[in-house]
Design a binder for this molecule. Structure first.
Ligand code: PLP
Length: 410
């Protein structure tokens, strides 16, 4: 068997479908977000980034940078080991305690990413409690799907944010069956927000544990940046909260927060936690500074929401196909991978605006889109350039509106 030929054919299929991924080669400029250098073949060019998950620009915050510099000076580069074998430092311990406090939980546990946190926690929970049934929202992130799959328990998929469908599925199982409801607060591609309180009501009624991915909400929502569960006053009703340190907090790493016993069980049994080197001290120090800052400062969150509102209304005013939602995500639907790539290429090469096209499997086929993420530091001028460029591109080459009309009506 010729593996080279076989994998080449698979790559050719991606090219044919127009969804071959081309990474933009960027260098961010310290303190200048959203401006970055884009390394084109003819040399670096300045671009404005409109698709970063550094939602609050915390990756450039002076307090975060200072903490990281200081940690390198004090502790060096790497942690030196797994958490069990010399890789638990003061920075890790303090960060876990800060995260537990942020979410009002007894404990928290760090992972190298939120992907690993979801995968390791869900697979381990299901494996530890035989007979567990996981009720999973149909739009859950790949990391949760993978964790549930690897746990080898039974899975029931409920319709996206549909509590009636969730209840119909919960009802089918005896009260004594161990159950986990796994869902997200902010769904990052459509920007939908889950009805947290209603899901918690059902969890209580049917004796289920709640597992909530707040990856796209931590730092951004709630009086202290604790996420949608904090904003909605239901944090105490969620059993396990999963979050990232890489988006709202601007650094890297993931975590869960929950009861002392649950965190201890994951710490003790999850291979994805046990058999890997812990985060470098400087990363933990930067994340700690970011969380501490956002716990007390609300300026970033307020300005972020204002920028989002302003961009959404500017796009609406020009009748551009922005998908309505109640969150900070601004999806502009194109509905075809080839067309989506053409629009984003034109934005990059003609207008110096970088937006990555989002294709299948990240979103369903036929709903390919641009996912705009305004931050507190995107200026009015940068916003006007983006809206003007999109308006020009749509006028020159209108996107068939069927897809958008269907999505907007859903
Ligand atoms: N959960 C959701 C909903 C996500 O969208 C992502 C990443 O985008 C993750 C988890 C993984 O987060 P991380 O980048 O920290 O691995």
């Amino acid at each position: 068997m010729n593996f080279e030929d076989m994998v080449k054919r698979r790559l050719e299929a991606l090219h044919r479908e127009g969804r071959y991924r081309v990474f933009a080669d960027l260098k961010r400029r310290r303190g200048c977000f959203p401006v970055a250098d884009y390394f084109a073949t003819e040399g670096p060019r300045e671009v404005t980034v409109w698709c970063s998950n550094d939602y609050l620009s915390m990756a450039q915050h002076p307090a975060v940078l200072a903490a990281m510099h200081e940690a390198i000076d004090v502790a060096g580069a790497g942690s030196g080991g797994t958490r069990n074998i010399s890789g638990t430092t003061r920075y890790h311990v303090e960060l876990e305690s800060e995260l537990a406090d942020l979410h009002g939980k007894e404990a928290a546990l760090l992972f190298t990413s939120a992907y690993v946190a979801n995968d390791a926690t869900l697979s381990t929970l299901v494996a530890l409690v035989p007979g567990t049934v996981v009720f999973s929202d149909e739009k859950n992130h790949a990391s949760m799907i993978e964790g549930i799959r690897r746990g080898r328990g039974e899975k029931q998929i409920f319709r996206h944010n549909d509590v009636a469908d969730l209840e119909a599925k919960l009802k089918k199982f005896p009260k004594g069956t161990p159950k986990i409801i796994a869902f997200e607060s902010v769904y990052s591609m459509d920007g939908h927000i889950a009805p947290l309180a209603e899901v918690c009501d059902l969890a209580e009624k049917y004796g289920a544990m709640t597992y909530l991915d707040e990856v796209h909400a931590v730092g951004l929502y709630g009086p202290r940046g604790g996420g949608i569960a904090e904003r909605d006053g239901v944090m105490h009703r969620i059993d396990v909260i999963n979050g990232t340190l890489a988006k709202g907090f601007g650094v890297m790493g993931g975590y869960i927060a929950g009861s002392r016993t649950l965190c201890d069980a994951i710490r003790s049994f999850a291979p994805g936690f046990i058999f890997t080197t812990s985060l470098p001290p400087a990363i933990a120090a930067g994340a700690l500074a970011s969380i501490r800052h956002l716990k007390s400062s609300t300026i970033e969150r307020a300005r972020h929401q204002e920028r989002v509102r302003t961009l959404k209304s500017a796009l609406h005013a020009r009748r551009l196909p922005v998908m309505d939602n109640p969150s900070h995500i601004v999806p502009v639907v194109v509905g075809c991978p080839v067309h989506c790539k053409a629009v984003t290429d034109a934005l990059l090469h003609r207008h110096g605006i970088y937006v990555q096209p989002i294709n299948y499997p990240t979103v369903p086929k036929g709903t390919e889109r641009m996912r705009l993420t305004p931050s507190p530091v995107h200026t009015d001028e940068q916003m006007a350039c983006l809206v003007h460029a999109l308006e020009q591109l749509w006028a020159a080459c209108p996107v068939p509106n069927g897809t958008y009309a269907r999505l907007a009506a859903e």
